[in-house]
Ligand binder design. Structure first.
Ligand code: FRU
Length: 325
């Protein structure tokens, strides 16, 4: 029989599931939640609107969810509603992007400064500290962009023979325009270090149109294991490397359960990251495939158990009815 006590978890996702990284975060949360019958998980999607994200969180405060998980879109406008939830005693877990307040319960995400360091050290070692790099950042309104860039700079700045130019990609269209300009002005670009794999792949497309893609090494971030993801692009030799940036979906649910059970949790929970290049891309994707198969086996088993429970319940009710007759 089912545990009578349910834990309601509300998750505010910032960006639509057309973004595969977001979809993967939502999916891993759902899978983890399905392993705990006492959990009732509701996902709200703000579709890239801070206004909608604030409204979603307001709703969850009103519903008095037991735990609130937020993947913030921006770091600032969201602060008052996060602080409101915290004041009302709802445990709040922030994932991925940071918020400009410390009035939340726990943060969960990979260390983006470390991600920048890994990319920087990789280029230094591959190029023997002689390289011309183009960095493609995302908007400064989000912490991963600022931190990845800062970490990268901390390494690169130590080497006088490494030159770095930086452009900001606000959307895929702007990468096309900006990157074409750079390609036209700079005949020798050795590396492109991009904010994420999507941007790195877009830059590769632009370079390909100009016949320059073979002379440039593209490095992205995220390392999703799907047909359009970074690991596949590394296997195909399109990206030279990607840095794994885990979504933390299942860890967020585990943390939420601890909080609902009034356990003490660490405020800053760091997810591991790793560089994926041609040397380990196969191993990594095999591992991820295996985990995915195990997860789907667990889900199938759970459905079977659910069906059995229903059958027994019907049988049990029938017997009860018969014995009363
Ligand atoms: C997905 C994404 C990822 C990136 C993360 C940073 O929406 O842009 O590509 O690593 O968000 O917040």
């Amino acid at each position: 029989t089912k545990d009578a006590r349910t834990i309601s978890i509300g998750f505010s996702q910032s960006i639509s599931e057309e973004d595969n990284w977001r979809k993967s975060m939502d999916n891993t949360m759902k899978v983890e939640a399905s392993l705990h019958p006492e959990i009732d998980l509701t996902i709200y999607n703000a579709n890239g609107s801070t206004k909608k994200q604030i409204e979603d969180i307001e709703k969850m405060i009103e519903k008095r969810v037991d735990v609130l998980i937020v993947a913030p879109y921006g770091s600032d406008s969201i602060v008052p509603v996060i602080e409101k939830a915290n004041k009302k005693g709802i445990p709040v877990i922030i994932v991925d992007r940071k918020v400009n307040t410390s009035n939340y319960t726990a943060f969960l995400g990979a260390d983006n400064i470390e991600v920048g360091h890994i990319a920087g050290k990789y280029i230094v070692s591959m190029s023997k500290a002689h390289a011309n790099i183009l960095e493609i950042k995302a908007t400064t309104a989000i912490s991963p962009s600022v931190e990845r860039s800062l970490g990268f700079k901390q390494i690169i700045d130590q080497y006088p023979n490494i030159k770095k130019t930086t452009i900001t990609a606000l959307n895929l269209e702007s990468i096309n325009n900006e990157f074409i300009k750079v390609l036209d002005n700079e005949p020798n670009i050795d590396y492109v270090f991009a904010f994420n794999d999507i941007i790195a792949l877009q830059a590769w497309e632009v370079a390909k149109r100009k016949g320059r893609e073979k002379n440039i090494k593209f490095i992205g971030i995220d390392g999703l294991n799907d047909p359009n993801g970074g690991i596949q692009a590394v296997k195909e030799g399109i990206l030279t490397a990607t840095i794994l940036y885990p979504t933390g979906g299942s860890e967020a649910i585990k943390l939420a359960i601890k909080l609902a059970n009034k356990e003490i949790v660490t405020k800053n929970n760091v997810l591991n990251t790793i560089l994926i290049d041609s040397l380990n891309a196969d191993i990594m994707s095999n591992q991820f495939d295996r985990i995915a198969i195990q997860q789907s086996n667990i889900e199938t088993q759970q459905n079977v158990i659910g069906e059995q429970e229903k059958k027994y319940l019907t049988l049990y009710n029938l017997i009860k009815l018969l014995t009363f007759l």
